[in-house]
Ligand binder design. Sequence first.
Ligand code: NAP
Length: 292
Amino acid sequence: MTATIIDGRAVSETMRTKMRSRVESLGLRGVRPGLAVILVGEDAASQVYVRNKAKACGDVGMHSEVFRYDQSTAEALVLAKIAELNNDPRIHGILVQLPLPAHIDNKKVLEAISPDKDVDGFHVHNVGSLVTGESDFPPCTPHGVMALLDHYGIPIEGCNAVVIGRSNIVGKPMALMLLARSATVTICTSKTRDLSLFTKTADIVVAAVGKPGLVTADMIKEGAAVIDVGMNRLPSGKLAGDVDFENVREKAGYITPVPGGVGPMTITMLLANTLKAAELAAEAALQERASA
Ligand code: NAP
């Protein structure tokens, strides 16, 4: 069997086309969705991510603002900017680019963002919503994986799903989202004794580790859907995922390439969350006016 290649760029573009018309509809109501991005420090990768996020906003007609701070900026200054943005009606989504410098408390900063504008879905309120039911703003990367599975009609209910990795931004929310759709979910970590024991019976494998070549063809069931979240820069400069793509594609039913699989979806889901935040805010304003 040769796997169907899941084309994240194409799915992203299809989703963005639909978003453009929703942005236009909001425009008719005098609302332009707006995303604020806060970047502290000079990390090269973060600079690229932030540029790409701002560019993506423009691509679908959304407004974006980037606030850049020096590496040595005091935590209080970042918190003050978040408080200002929480009250800015032109801003519907606030994102703090991670990692933050060591002297800034990640948790304090993420909790300072209003849950209504938490388009990264990292606020404890939104994490809790993901655990107890459905969050308005699911974290972008696993949200993108779910969109890919649905776009390709890959069944989730009743399937065996294995998530490799348990980070707060990918592994854990991924497992919760698959569970919410009634998959039987196993989470594997660096302490899992025999990874292949679990992956071999999985209908869906999501690898979110950061180790190139971790998932090999002998670990995969014939016809499984293999989703590679990993993004690793090889010594050659090439980008690679966690999956041995060339060999696994001969056995899997579906597979995401790196680049061009999950990566493009992450930014698109950030746009989706920002658009949703703007729609919810517009709806709330309408109801407030009606009841005044
Ligand atoms: P992370 O916080 O470093 O978490 C990695 C996870 O992998 C940990 O839970 C770790 O287990 C587990 N792990 C490490 N070695 C393992 C092994 N041999 N077997 C099984 N599990 C193992 O990383 P992350 O932020 O979740 O990111 C994971 C990867 O996805 C990275 O390559 C990152 O660049 C990429 N990523 C891509 C996107 C995208 O848009 N495509 C977005 C986010 C992240 P322990 O908890 O036991 O240490």
